[in-house]
Design a protein around this ligand. Structure first.
Ligand code: MRU
Length: 355
């Protein structure tokens, strides 16, 4: 891994991309663990580097993880003399990086399928074809995010306050985001909205990333601690909640960053519509409901030693699930690249994706 010099952020974040050709190129991504203090891109030239970047959240957010893994598979395929075996080993290894976001497995399945569907390709030719697939995953994600933004923006009216949790922005996708795309699109269409961003303990994706993304696009944003959401809703400041997702089951139960379920319950208690914004790559139609979604457990030190300083007694027992599941009946609609699914049921989801 090598570190490049810091640079000014442009509007198009280019969160994760490929540099060079298939045979000698590499992955370049924004190291999100350093934001908002430093904007630094890192270059990754081997599969363990890509695995580590996903595991440690240098690249995070369900769609961005999928894009990074696709590129990682290209690097893996060319790392040994037997391209097919090397690809299989790389994708199997990358699958172990994080369990919850289905986009990771969806992207790696696509990469494995390329090899299976092209038995005539060997060596460098197969690697070329794999890069074509990884680039398609990236560009399709960009297009899906734009469509989600447009569909979601139509749900908002000028003057509304909206709340989001974690980061489902350009940093979490190939570009533009899912939940934040809704706000970006509304803002671009001249709808004045005000976003409240939950800071999102323990890793602060809301304050470090969402607040940063909204601020740099000139969208009014107010940062709140997670435990303030109920009060802000009670004060009448929120008319809609929009969040992203890491995996959505066939019935619409949606896994997202820990704390999302609580926000959905608060929204229901205050009569506020709660929306999930996600591309088709985030749906896992192989599982009937959210009870089948694997929930990542993370290092207790993220809670006891958040950002440098010990904030709990030594030896304390800690529980640190990274995600929770919001039941479909709390979700007013799922904003996808194919339109807004509402009501959220197994039948409406099937109609959207298995037409
Ligand atoms: O642990 P993270 O930061 O990868 O969690 C990210 C989220 O929960 C996002 O809301 C989700 O991936 C949707 S991103 C468009």
């Amino acid at each position: 891994m090598s570190t490049l010099v810091s640079e000014d952020a442009s509007m198009d974040l280019e969160t994760v991309g490929w540099v060079g050709d298939a045979r000698s190129g590499h992955v370049r991504l924004i190291d999100q663990t350093l934001l908002p203090n430093e904007f630094v891109r890192i270059d990754l030239t081997d599969v363990p580097g890509v695995w580590e970047a996903i595991k440690t959240l240098r690249v995070r957010g369900a769609p961005a993880i999928g894009v990074a893994a696709g590129f990682g598979a290209v690097i893996g395929a060319r790392s040994g003399t037997d391209t097919r075996l090397s690809l299989r080993e790389a994708t199997a290894y990358l699958r172990t990086s994080r369990p919850t976001a289905v986009n990771l497995f969806w992207a790696l399945d696509r990469m494995d399928r390329v090899a299976a569907e092209h038995p005539e390709l060997y060596g460098a030719e197969l690697v070329d074809r794999l890069l074509t697939e990884a680039l398609a995953i990236e560009s399709e994600d960009k297009a899906m995010c734009r469509a989600i933004g447009a569909f979601g923006a139509s749900l908002l009216t000028p003057g509304q306050g909206v709340l989001t949790h974690c980061n489902a922005g350009g940093l979490a996708t190939a570009d533009y985001g899912t939940a934040l795309a809704v706000f970006f699109s509304a803002h671009a269409a001249g709808k004045a909205i005000h976003v409240f961003a939950d800071e999102t303990r323990p890793l602060l994706q809301g304050s470090r990333l969402t607040a940063w993304e909204l601020q740099r696009r000139g969208i009014p944003v107010t940062l709140i601690c997670d435990n303030m959401a109920a009060q802000v809703m009670k004060e009448g400041k929120i008319q809609m909640v929009v969040v992203g997702a890491d995996r959505i089951a066939a019935n619409g139960d949606a896994a997202n960053k820990i704390g999302t379920y609580g926000v959905a319950l608060l929204a229901k208690a205050h009569g506020i519509p709660f929306y999930v914004a996600a591309p088709s790559s985030t749906f896992d139609l192989s599982i009937p409901d959210g009870s089948h979604i694997p929930i990542e457990q993370r290092d207790p030190r993220e809670i006891t030693h958040g950002f440098g300083r010990m904030t709990a007694p030594a030896g304390i027992d800690v529980y640190n699930p990274a995600f929770d599941v919001t039941p479909a009946d709390l979700i007013a609609g799922i904003i996808t690249e194919r339109g807004v699914i509402t009501p959220v049921t197994t039948a409406t989801i099937q109609r959207t994706f298995i037409a």
